[in-house]
Design a protein around this ligand. Sequence first.
Ligand code: HEC
Length: 121
Amino acid sequence: MKRILLSVAALAGAAAFFAFSNAPIAEAAQAQGDVARGQAAFERIGCWACHGHQGQGGSTGPKIAPNPLAFPAFSGFVRTTSGEMPPFTARVLPDQDLRDIHAFLMSVPAAPAVATIPLLQ
Ligand code: HEC
């Protein structure tokens, strides 16, 4: 009986350990955002219409990738801008979507240096 109790206790301990050890990983993934979901949201919500499909800038919106603003400034701008760009509140653009969009923009690679493109030499 003592043995069974001990192994039950050990199992519970292991379960608690995994529950706690996974929590920070899940939180980190959320904090970083998901690139694929972000790209989908960028298309669905319509950021692309002004900023281009890669955030490269378009006729109406400036370049916002590569090297987007850091997340606090980025999210502050998108939520509260009152200039030419309409603000996107959490009702139309949930926080997680905004984080995912930011992750997508962060993932856009920088353009290669001109000197490395033979056709331009
Ligand atoms: C109707 C066109 C339009 C749409 C749609 C739009 N933007 Fe913009 N965005 C602009 C314009 C124009 C500016 C520059 C205006 C300004 O600075 O006030 C801008 C500026 C920004 C900036 C600030 C860039 C900087 O470096 O200062 C960010 C970030 C941004 N947009 C993100 C987004 C995201 C994310 C979305 C989609 C949720 C989006 N925009 C949708 C037109 C648009």
